[in-house]
Each structure stands twice: as structure tokens, then as C-alpha cells.
Design a protein around this ligand. Structure first.
Ligand SMILES: Nc1ncnc2c1ncn2[C@@H]1O[C@H](COP(=O)(O)OP(=O)(O)OP(=O)(O)O)[C@@H](O)[C@H]1O
Length: 295
């Protein structure tokens, strides 16, 4: 018997009608699932639909089509049972690219990290809550002295650490990080990715890591989905994807990754894929064990 995935996305469609004749097909029928304790990477160029997938999972917009299940419960319907709604609220956390915008500038670090605990009534006493907040700050490398600071007093990297502390505070089943390192300096990016890796291993949550940069996604992910124009064009275990990319777009992303892989001959040749040639036609088909290609 296979375990129920933490997340199951089935035929997800998210279209945005702009006017009578123009509709943006941000997400155009995609399927994937994320297992317990798995790190699932989503990569693709700007506008490929990655953030829209994250927002659809979080219920930001009513989806145009398809279904989303969290731990076996349908969560994409208009009206959800209270216990399902509460479970999503508690056990699915998000980290955004821009923590400056995502963190309330008028709240202290302590209050920001404590908020999900308070809202979801996780600890009865204030002392227990404070203890958990300090433990989470320590886990992300921030000393207790940071608890009284406001987001505006922190660097981008520090703010992202606060956002991460908040996301792990409640011990969620799934964390979705949407381009969490894109606005940070390169040296800080590596620190944050290493922190994610450490936390995911110690805490065991499932993790969806969304990024442009294939090399960072590679470092963290168990499996990777490559998105182009609202479709998943290829999905495979990370090593398999890098060693045997089947879609020309995936091959071009790998060959243009900033850190060339000395093991891979192809990384020495830059491959270009003209995305205007992509029609979006096809069905994601399993071509070998766990390796899916849009064809
Ligand atoms: N609320 C909306 N209304 C209209 N169009 C939207 C909306 N949200 C997203 N889009 C459009 O959908 C497409 C996919 O956007 P999305 O933000 O999901 O891409 P992305 O891959 O996350 O890009 P980036 O890497 O730049 O964040 C884009 O063309 C975008 O302009």
C-alpha cells in the first residue's frame, strides 16, 4: 500500500481573463504530487506559472479547473469543512520572496514568529509560546536579542530567517517557499539554502521549493518539475533529470546553470531552446520509472 501524498495536484488550471478576447493561461493543466518528507522543486522562467501554482494551492484565487488534495482531503472546493480549513491553515505554511513585504513592519520578531501559534491556539500559556519562539529563532541562527527587533531593522537575509522561523514554528506538514532566495545576495542565498536543507532534514516537513535557479533547486530537491508557459514539460528525480534531460527546454536550463557540472559532458555546450516554438500541446507521460515528459 502506498502512503497518501501530502499534496496531490490534479489537472490544475488557472486562467485569468483580461478582457473578452484575451485570457492568460497562467497554469494550463498540470499534475504532480508531493510525498511526506519530500523536497519537490519547481523551476521555470519568469511568467511560467510557478507562483500561480503556489497561490492556487494556498487558495489565494478560486481555481479555474482541476483539484487539489492536502493529506487526502479536497482543498480546492469553494466550501470546505471547518476541520479541513483549519488543517490547511495550520499545516501548510508559505515563505515568499520578499520578506520585507510579507512581514508586518509594526510587529516585533517575537510577535511575528508567535502569530501562527497564537492564531492556531497551539500553546495554552504565554511562557510555552515564548519558549517555542526562542527555539525557532535559534534554529534559524538568530539569537534571543533579535526578538525585540522590527523587520525594518534587519537585513534581507535576517528577515528571511524570521520568515523561516515563523513557518516552522507550528511544525507544519508542508512548507511552500516561492523564490525565497531570489532577492538576496549570492553569499546569503547559499546560507539560506543550507539552512532550508538542515531544517527540512531535522524537522521532516514536506517542502516545495520554487526558483528560477536550477542549481539551487538541484541542491535541495528530491524531484524537480520544469515548467514552461503554464505546463510541466518534464518531471523526474533530480539526478535522473540532470543526467538524462529529455525535453530540450530542460537541457537548455541545465546547460545554462551558473555552475557547470564537470560530470556532465553536455554542460560544456550551451544549448539554446527557443521557447516561442513551444505550443503547450501534449500529455505528461511516464517514459521511465518516475521520469515524466510532456509528449
Ligand atoms: N492575478 C493575475 N491576473 C492576471 N494575470 C496574472 C495574475 N497572476 C499571474 N498572472 C499572469 O500569469 C502568468 C504566470 O505568472 P506567475 O507569477 O505564476 O509566473 P512565475 O513563473 O511565478 O514568474 P516569476 O518567476 O516572475 O514569479 C504571467 O503571465 C502573469 O502575468
Amino acid at each position: 500500500m502506498t502512503a497518501t501524498p501530502v499534496l496531490d495536484v490534479v489537472g490544475l488550471v488557472q486562467h485569468f481573463p483580461i478582457n473578452r478576447s484575451v485570457t492568460i493561461r497562467a497554469v494550463d493543466g498540470i499534475d504532480f504530487s508531493v510525498d511526506a518528507g519530500e523536497v519537490f522543486g519547481i523551476v521555470g522562467e519568469t511568467g511560467s506559472g510557478k507562483s500561480t501554482v503556489a497561490k492556487s494551492i494556498l487558495g489565494v484565487n478560486a481555481i479555474t479547473g482541476g483539484e487539489i488534495y492536502f493529506k487526502g482531503n479536497l482543498i480546492s472546493a469553494k466550501h470546505l469543512p471547518k476541520e479541513v480549513k483549519d488543517d490547511v491553515h495550520r499545516n501548510m505554511q508559505i515563505i515568499f520572496q520578499d520578506s520585507a513585504a510579507a512581514l508586518n513592519p509594526h510587529m516585533t520578531v517575537e510577535d511575528i514568529v508567535a502569530e501562527p501559534l497564537l492564531v492556531n491556539r497551539v500553546y495554552a500559556s504565554r511562557e510555552e509560546r515564548e519558549e517555542r519562539v526562542l527555539a525557532c529563532l535559534a534554529q534559524v541562527g538568530l539569537s534571543a536579542a533579535y526578538r525585540h527587533k522590527y523587520p525594518g531593522e534587519l537585513s534581507g537575509g535576517m528577515r528571511q530567517r524570521v520568515a523561516i522561523a515563523r513557518s516552522i514554528a507550528i511544525r507544519p506538514d508542508l512548507i511552500i517557499a516561492d523564490e525565497p532566495i531570489a532577492s538576496l545576495d549570492i553569499s546569503i542565498q547559499a546560507q539560506i539554502v543550507t539552512l532550508f536543507q538542515h531544517l527540512q532534514k531535522t524537522e521532516g516537513f514536506s517542502f516545495i521549493f520554487i526558483a528560477h535557479d536550477l542549481s539551487m533547486v538541484r541542491f535541495l530537491s528530491t524531484r524537480i518539475a520544469v515548467m514552461l508557459k503554464g505546463k510541466i514539460v518534464e518531471l523526474a528525480p533530480t539526478k535522473e533529470l540532470f543526467q538524462h534531460p529529455l525535453h530540450p527546454y530542460t537541457a537548455s536550463l541545465i546547460s545554462s546553470a551558473p555552475v557547470p557540472d564537470p560530470d556532465l559532458e553536455r554542460s560544456r555546450t550551451r544549448l539554446a531552446y527557443d521557447t516561442s516554438l513551444f505550443t503547450g500541446e501534449g500529455v505528461l507521460t511516464e517514459v521511465s520509472d518516475g521520469h515524466f515528459l510532456l509528449m
